[in-house]
Design a protein. Structure first.
Length: 290
């Protein structure tokens, strides 16, 4: 990495954490995307990021979530239970500011991740929630929304005959699913890993530790996308969109070889084919179609 790129990256990081000493996942991903577009190697970007966070006593939301994930696995992998004390311990270690740091993990992000983790990993969680994480007003609002939804469902419930007519179609769709609980648990785990790789900007590289590797594994288990297929498709599309944006950036810099490289990576996802073809045509890089 040359001196100009390093200075740009250092300034970019400083601007991102200047207000709250907190680098959220979205901002970190944008920095990595912009760095990749400038030709900065992922390894170099990670090093400057780490140094920048240390220099400003700031924290990375992604790394704190990774630590929370490690703690949750430690507490739940054996008995699939997360008791209140374990939850408090896990949250306390990431939400509380670490020595030398000016921020901790956003409590709302932490609470959401714990809930998602338990659901994805089949871990039983106490219904008690720390009062400092879930304000009473929020809980009341959820209750009101739930009651409203229940009343609307009751008012709009279909007539018995209509429900009976709709039921066979539902059974017909379900009959095509051949996934057992172990398959679903594996898909949950692979999807969680894929999302973490995306946050780390490991989309297709390295091949064995990337979002693509996880998505490929999911497709092998569930080729038809019967379980969580919409989420898998959305994540694939997100990566394709990222690569198409990088291709645009390379083309704008008159680097057509770089644009073709990003398009080639987008094609690896085997998703959004028409969108990729459209971008190829727009950049004058369309290949012969058979």
């Amino acid at each position: 990495m040359n001196g100009n790129d390093q200075e740009w990256l250092q300034n970019r990081i400083a601007a991102a954490v200047a207000d709250d000493y907190y680098l959220d996942r979205g901002e970190e991903q944008r920095i990595k995307e912009e760095s990749a577009a400038r030709g900065i190697a992922t390894r170099d970007c990670e090093l400057v990021l780490r140094e920048g966070l240390e220099a400003h006593a700031a924290v990375s939301e992604r790394l704190l979530i990774a630590e929370l994930d490690r703690l949750l696995h430690q507490f739940t992998d054996r008995d699939k239970k997360l008791d209140p004390k374990e939850e408090r311990d896990a949250l306390g270690k990431v939400v509380t500011k670490a020595p030398g740091k000016k921020a901790g993990l956003d409590p709302r992000v932490a609470e959401e991740y714990v809930a998602t983790f338990c659901k994805a990993n089949g871990a039983t969680r106490s219904t008690d929630r720390p009062a400092w994480l879930v304000p009473a007003a929020v809980a009341a609002g959820v209750a009101v929304l739930a009651l409203g939804a229940l009343l609307m469902r009751k008012d709009n419930a279909p007539a018995p005959q209509a429900a009976a007519q709709a039921e066979p179609a539902i059974h017909q769709v379900a009959a095509g699913v051949r996934l057992n609980d172990a398959d679903k648990a594996e898909i949950d785990d692979q999807l969680r890993r894929a999302q973490q790789y995306v946050e780390a900007a490991q989309y297709t590289d390295p091949p064995e530790k990337s979002a693509k590797a996880c998505l490929d594994q999911i497709k092998q288990i569930d080729p038809e996308g019967a379980y969580r297929g919409a989420e898998v498709k959305a994540l694939s599309s997100r990566i394709v969109t990222h690569y198409l944006a990088l291709a645009d950036g390379s083309a704008a810099a008159k680097d057509m070889q770089g644009a073709e490289k990003w398009l080639a990576r987008a094609r690896l996802l085997r998703s959004d084919r028409e969108l990729i073809l459209e971008k190829e045509r727009a950049l004058g890089l369309a290949r012969a179609e058979h």
